[in-house]
Ligand binder design. Structure first.
Ligand code: ATP
Ligand code: MG
Length: 559
């Protein structure tokens, strides 16, 4: 299949087919989806899949997509996460318009409905401890046991539930449970917890509540209140659907959304669990949620990944019903493809070696023209100073080169990009025998990079003028985990100890210092880089977004 076909076909999947059919049959006239994050961490690339699916569907079918915070657990949720989630959804290119909601908006209604369930004999207050509830829930092979409090009267249940709400009891003393079936084959139906006591200040409702609804109780009802037509979620909630449908059948809800499940995104060399990501941050394995090695949207953004690359990636992987693991090379492929198209070209010397052009007059400089993008003349050109003292990449010189080394070596001639041919005469060493400087000559007739006599050179190298280039720190990242399938339950052993290499003495073109800090540029022959927020007026810091080498394409090319 060509990439065009893949991209075009990614526009169709089983969920979109269902939606199309629902519109055609008249079951729905307007499509309403939602993205329902819990604000207990930053969004990651897996969430991007869900965001693109929900917001994408709303766009394609002229419907709307709500952003709803599932803020039912104030002990884990914070305003910082709410803010970051909104910023990240916008950055990805999606907009909820006026449709910003919180599950906490519905706390009053959810409470009323819970009292309704008690009155109907469908919910009861249980005094068992958390541990007892867990044990008595049974297992996949053994039925659960009824709670000794299951037969309480409606009056007693109402009284206790109201006192739970009034804050009379300590955390964990009691819960409200649905009264369904402790022998059900589906454990989610074995009298699930609807409310727990939690004396905690909520970011939005403050100290109003001493009880909070469970995710399972709040989630489906929030969808119903908002008139969501297609509640799209990941496969782990498939077994919860009978419970959600039970609530919809028993409560006076204004709508009955249907839930559809799709496979969550898994990536090689990556863990997409908020629990793990939280620990990585908390225990200092990374510098924060936006550390460029993190699979978070904030991390990818700081790394220089354009949102279009993430959207393209999500489109290519498609939406399916079977869990799978996507090669992280696929994401890298999309990043390279987007940046190759859009990133301006610049020069940087990551590990500089000084070059003195002996036959270039002292004190003289000139400006040479360099193109900003080889495939886009509209991107224009810029000027780079050339003079007697330059820097080249340390790796581009070898004193005793092997046979196939065509870059600079004593006596060998090479081209400096956009500039001149140069030849190395001598390598100067320090007392320790390390090369500290090259003495070279240039051919003034090769200005612009071609020899009038037609002679050829086998290598073109990037370089920078010593005086006019700027010092910079460059951070080279590789995978955070060394293991292609890191173990989420013991992830520290799989951490890649070499995931960050810092180059302190790099040099960059002055034009980069002026560039928009949010856009990655290509450092010719090196890869794509973006200015980091740690940069200051006198110290530039760059992150390597990704190298130029496309190992993934080689891998798939074999097949
Ligand atoms: P946790 O890791 O604690 O289970 P979560 O990642 O599921 O959390 P939520 O805030 O509940 O966090 O996620 C919001 C939405 O994003 C949910 O609808 C969830 O199904 C979806 N989502 C989460 N992870 C992925 C993923 N890896 N791929 C696709 N969708 C995801
Ligand atoms: Mg979740």
């Amino acid at each position: 299949m060509t990439t065009e076909t893949v991209a075009a076909e990614a526009g169709r999947d089983f969920i979109r087919d269902i939606i199309q059919a629902d519109l055609e049959s008249g079951k729905h006239r307007e499509i309403v989806t939602r993205f329902p994050p819990e604000p207990n961490g930053y969004l990651h690339i897996g969430h991007a899949k869900s965001i693109a699916l929900n917001f994408g569907i709303a766009q394609e079918f002229s419907g709307r997509c709500h952003l709803r915070f599932d803020d039912t657990n104030p002990t884990k949720e914070e305003q910082e996460y709410i803010d970051s989630i909104q910023a990240d959804v916008h950055w990805l290119g999606y907009d909820w318009g006026k449709n910003l909601f919180y599950a906490s908006d519905y706390f009053d209604r959810l409470y009323e409905w819970a009292e309704g369930l008690i009155r109907a004999g469908l919910a009861y207050v249980d005094d068992q401890s958390q541990e007892e509830i867990r044990i008595n829930r049974g297992t996949l092979t053994e039925p659960g046991k009824n709670s000794p409090f299951r037969e309480r009267s409606v009056e007693e249940n109402l009284d206790l539930f109201r006192r739970m709400k009034a804050g009379e009891f300590p955390n964990g003393a009691r819960v409200l449970r649905a009264r369904i079936d402790m022998t059900s084959g589906n454990i989610n139906l074995r009298d699930p917890v609807l409310y727990r006591i939690l004396h905690a200040t909520h970011p939005r409702t403050g100290d109003k509540w001493s009880i909070y609804p469970s995710y399972d109780y709040a989630h489906g009802q929030s969808d119903a209140i908002e008139g969501i037509t297609h509640s799209i979620c990941t496969l782990e909630f498939e077994d919860h659907r009978p419970l959600y449908d039970w609530f919809l059948g028993k409560l006076p809800v204004p709508a009955k959304p249907h839930q559809y499940e799709f496979a969550r995104l898994n990536l090689t060399y990556t863990l997409l669990s908020k629990r793990v990501l939280t620990l990585l941050v908390r225990d200092g394995h990374v510098s924060g949620w936006d550390d460029p090695r993190m699979p978070t949207i904030a991390g990818l953004k700081r790394r220089g990944v354009p949102p279009a690359a993430i959207r393209e990636f999500v489109k290519r992987i498609g939406v399916a019903k079977a869990n799978s693991v996507v090669d992280v090379g696929m994401l890298e492929f999309c990043i390279r493809e987007e940046l190759n198209r859009t990133a301006l070209r610049r020069m940087a010397v990551l590990r500089p070696l000084k070059v003195v052009i002996e036959n270039y007059p002292e004190g003289q400089t000139e400006e040479l023209e360099a193109v900003n993008h080889p495939d886009d003349p509209a991107a224009g050109t810029r000027r780079i100073a050339f003079g007697r003292e330059l820097y080249i990449e340390r790796d581009d010189f070898m004193e005793n080169p092997p046979k196939k080394f065509f870059r600079l070596s004593p006596g060998n001639e090479v081209r400096l990009r956009y500039a001149y041919f140069i030849k190395c005469r001598e390598a100067i060493k320090n007392a320790a025998g390390e090369i500290v400087e090259l003495r070279c000559t240039y051919d003034p007739l090769t200005r612009g990079g071609n020899a009038p006599d037609g002679r050829k050179v086998k290598a073109t190298m990037h370089w920078l003028p010593a005086a006019q280039s700027r010092p910079a720190e460059i951070r080279i990242y590789s995978q955070l985990f060394a293991n292609p399938s890191p173990d989420a339950s013991n992830f520290t052993v799989d951490l890649n100890q070499q995931s960050l290499e810092t180059l302190n003495d790099a040099r960059v073109e002055p034009a980069i210092a002026e560039a928009n800090s949010l856009d990655a540029v290509q450092f010719e022959r090196q890869g794509y880089f973006v200015r980091d927020k740690d940069s200051s007026a006198d110290r530039l810091v760059f992150n390597r977004t990704i190298g130029l080498r496309d190992t993934f394409a080689k891998e798939v090319g074999k097949g």
